[in-house]
Design a protein around this ligand. Structure first.
Ligand code: 1PR
Length: 579
C-alpha cells in the first residue's frame, strides 16, 4: 500500500489539507522523524506564512537534509504555497535564509501593481506554459485553464522564459496578476508544486489533489515529464483575478444557550417585542435565529461562496479559550468546506476564569489549528491604532511588535490577519462631540456622495465615519480611515469594512465609506453591510474597486442566491469564480 506522508512545520493551516485528503478518501501519516522520509512513498509539504520561518523550523528540526534527499530520491513530492517556495534558492522575504535550492532562482516580492493590492489574495486562473502539451498536462495534473484557484501570498516566483534563466524548464503554469506573470505551478520529474492552495480551491482544487494522489508511483519519477518551452507567454490585456463573494455568519448563543446564526438590523439582533408582549422577559425580544452555523456553512459552500466568515459577535463579553464552542464549530466547519474560512470575535489577549493569561497569538493559533485560514480582529485593533497614534504623537517608535496584529502576522503572515471595522456615520455639524473635526479628505458631502440616504439628498450635510467597539455600543474618536491606515501599518492583510447604519437594511453598501477606504490603503478590502439585491454587488465593485463583497441577511433568508449574484456580476462584465 502507498504510504502518504504530510510534513507539518508548525505554522499555518495544515488541518485544511488533512480535511481535503480525508474528504477524498485518502489515509495519511505525519512526518514525525527523519526516518519517516524513508517510509514515505509520497510526500506533501503544505504551508502558509513566511519563507524564513519555514526554512528555520526545518533546519532546527533537522529536516532540511532528509527533505532534500527525499526530493532527490525521485519519489513524488507535492509542495503547496510555502512548500513550493522552499524549493527555490532563496526569497527576498528573508534574504539571509537559504531555500532548498532545487530550483536555482529566488522568490521575490510582487512589484507594486496599480489597482492590485498585495497580498495577492483570491481566486485567479492559470495558463499552461507548454502550450503544445496542454491537454497532457491538464489530464495528468487535474489543472484546468477554465477554472480558478485560491491564492494568498505576497511573494512569488517570476515567470522568466529566457533561455539564460536556469529555472525556466520548471515553469509549468503561470497566473497573471495585473500585468505581472508569475509561476502558479512548477513541475519536473517527481516534483509538482503549486503557489495556490488546492485544499482551499473548492472542487477545482480537490481535482488537482486527487490527480496527484491517484497517479501510480511508477508514473511519477525522476524521468517524468519535463516541460518543453514553446513560445514565451505574454500578459493578456486583462488578468483572471475574480471578485470574491463572501457569506458571513454572525454567531452567538441564544437565550437557551445554543450557538445560532443571528442577524441584526444595525447590530440589534433581538426581535422587536410584539404589541401583545406584556412580560418583562418577552419585551427584551428573543435573539433572532436564522439557522445552525454548520448547516448554513455547508449550504454556502455548496452554493458557490468563494469564502465564508464566521463572527462570534458577543465575544467582547467573556470568551475564555477553555470554553469556546467556536473552536469546535471551526473544526467541524473546516471538515465540510474547502474554501477559505475566516473566524472573528475575541481575538485578543485574555484571562481565563482560572487566571491563566492567553495571548492573542495563542487564541489565534488555536483557531488556525482548528482549520481557520484567517482570524478577524475587531475591538482590539481599535485599541492598537489609538495607541499607535499616541506613540507617533509623542515621537516614539510606531511599531512595538506587541499588538495582536503584529504578533499574529509574524508567524502566520499578514494574509492571515483581517481587521473588521464597525464604523458609524456621524454628521459633522453643531452637535459634533468627538474632538477635532477630521480633515476635509475624510469628510463626505451629501452633494457629491455616491450613496446618500434619501434624507440626505439635496441637503448640505457632511459626515465622517467613527470606529466603534463592543458591537457598536462604544463610539471612539477615531475615524474608520485612521483605523484602516493604522492597521495596514501594523501589518494587517485585509480589511472587512462593515457599516452599522447600513447593516441589515438591504438598501445597498455604503459606497462612500468603501471608496474612501479603498483609495487610501493597499491591502484587500471586503465590503460589508447593506446588500439587498444582486445589483448592489455590481455597484460596489464598479464604483469602489473593492476586492470582495460580503452579505449575511439576504443569503440566510434565501432572498437572493449566491448564483444570482454571480450571474448579475458576469452580465455586468465583472469576473467571478465559476463553480
Ligand atoms: O471585537 O474582535 O471581539 O470582534 C467582534 C466581531 O463581531 C466584529 O467583527 C464585529 O463586526 C462583530 N459584531 C459585533 N456585534 C455585532 C452585531 O451585529 N451586533 N456583527 C457584530 C457584525 C457584521 C457583518 C454583517 C454584515 C452584513 N456583523 O458580519 O453580518 O453587516 O449584514 P447584511 O448583509 O445582512 O447587511 P471582536
Amino acid at each position: 500500500m502507498t504510504r502518504l506522508f504530510l510534513l507539518d512545520y508548525g505554522a499555518g493551516n495544515v488541518r485544511s489539507l488533512a480535511n481535503s485528503l480525508t474528504a477524498l478518501g485518502y489515509e495519511f501519516e505525519w512526518i514525525q522523524s527523519t526516518d519517516d522520509f524513508h517510509k514515505a512513498d509520497k510526500l506533501i509539504f503544505p504551508g502558509v506564512g513566511a519563507f524564513g520561518g519555514a526554512m528555520e523550523t526545518l533546519q532546527k528540526s533537522g529536516l532540511t537534509e532528509p527533505l532534500r534527499e527525499y526530493i532527490n530520491s525521485g519519489k513524488p513530492y507535492f509542495g503547496i504555497c510555502i512548500g513550493m517556495q522552499v524549493l527555490f534558492a532563496s526569497s527576498t522575504e528573508n534574504p539571509e535564509i537559504a531555500g532548498l535550492g532545487v530550483i536555482p532562482t529566488p522568490i521575490e516580492k510582487f512589484d507594486p501593481l496599480p489597482d492590485r493590492p498585495v497580498p495577492h489574495m483570491g481566486w485567479n486562473g492559470v495558463q499552461f506554459v507548454d502550450e503544445a502539451h496542454k491537454a497532457r498536462e491538464a489530464a495528468q495534473t487535474g489543472l484546468s485553464e477554465d477554472l480558478s484557484y485560491y491564492f494568498v501570498h505576497s511573494f512569488r516566483a517570476a515567470y522568466d522564459p529566457s533561455p539564460s534563466n536556469p529555472s525556466s524548464s520548471w515553469a509549468h503554469s503561470v497566473t497573471q496578476y495585473g500585468q505581472s506573470l508569475f509561476l502558479a505551478t512548477v513541475r519536473k520529474g517527481n516534483v509538482f508544486a503549486c503557489q495556490f492552495h488546492p485544499e482551499k480551491s473548492g472542487p477545482a482544487g480537490l481535482q488537482v489533489l486527487k490527480s496527484w494522489l491517484d497517479a501510480p508511483i511508477s508514473a511519477v519519477n525522476a524521468s517524468g515529464p519535463v516541460q518543453t518551452v514553446s513560445k514565451p507567454l505574454q500578459p493578456r490585456p486583462r488578468d483572471g483575478f475574480t471578485k470574491r463573494i463572501i457569506a458571513c455568519l454572525d454567531v452567538r448563543s441564544n437565550d437557551a444557550g445554543d450557538l445560532v446564526v443571528t442577524k441584526g438590523d444595525q447590530y440589534q439582533v433581538r426581535e422587536k417585542p410584539t404589541s401583545s408582549d406584556t412580560t418583562q422577559v418577552s419585551t427584551s425580544g428573543e435573539v433572532r435565529n436564522l439557522g445552525k452555523p454548520l448547516d448554513l456553512t455547508t449550504r454556502y459552500y455548496t452554493e458557490g461562496a468563494d469564502e465564508i466568515c464566521m463572527l462570534n459577535i458577543t465575544s467582547f463579553r467573556n470568551s475564555p479559550l477553555s470554553d469556546q464552542p467556536m473552536l469546535a464549530m471551526t473544526s467541524a466547519a473546516c471538515a465540510r468546506i474547502h474554501v477559505p474560512l475566516t473566524i472573528g470575535g475575541g481575538i485578543r489577549d485574555l484571562v481565563e476564569p482560572d487566571g491563566t493569561k492567553r495571548s492573542a497569538l495563542e487564541v489565534a493559533g488555536a483557531y488556525f489549528r482548528a482549520g481557520a485560514d484567517k482570524v478577524s480582529i475587531g475591538g482590539d485593533a481599535v485599541v492598537a491604532v489609538e495607541q499607535l497614534l499616541e506613540r507617533k504623537a509623542k515621537g516614539e517608535p510606531a511599531l512595538t511588535g506587541q499588538t495582536s496584529i503584529e504578533s499574529i502576522a509574524r508567524p502566520y503572515g499578514s494574509q492571515a490577519v483581517v481587521v473588521s471595522i464597525d464604523p458609524l456615520k456621524k454628521y459633522v455639524d453643531d452637535s459634533w462631540e468627538f474632538g477635532p473635526v477630521p480633515p476635509e479628505d475624510e469628510l463626505i458631502h451629501a452633494a457629491t456622495a455616491l450613496s446618500p440616504l434619501p434624507s440626505e439628498k439635496g441637503t448640505g450635510k457632511k459626515w465622517t465615519y467613527l470606529c466603534t467597539m463592543h458591537g457598536g455600543r462604544t463610539v471612539r474618536p477615531l475615524t474608520a480611515l485612521q483605523l484602516a491606515r493604522g492597521v495596514e501599518e501594523l501589518g494587517a492583510g485585509e480589511l472587512l469594512v462593515n457599516c452599522i447604519d447600513r447593516d441589515g437594511q438591504g438598501n445597498g453598501y455604503d459606497l462612500d465609506l468603501l471608496s474612501l477606504i479603498r483609495k487610501n490603503v493597499n491591502i484587500p478590502v471586503v465590503a460589508s453591510s447593506g446588500a439587498g439585491a444582486p445589483q448592489h454587488f455590481v455597484d460596489v465593485f464598479d464604483k469602489t474597486g473593492v476586492e470582495s463583497a460580503l452579505a449575511a441577511g439576504i443569503f440566510h433568508r434565501s432572498q437572493v442566491a449566491i448564483s444570482d449574484v454571480k450571474e448579475a456580476l458576469q452580465a455586468a462584465g465583472i469576473l467571478v469564480r465559476k463553480v
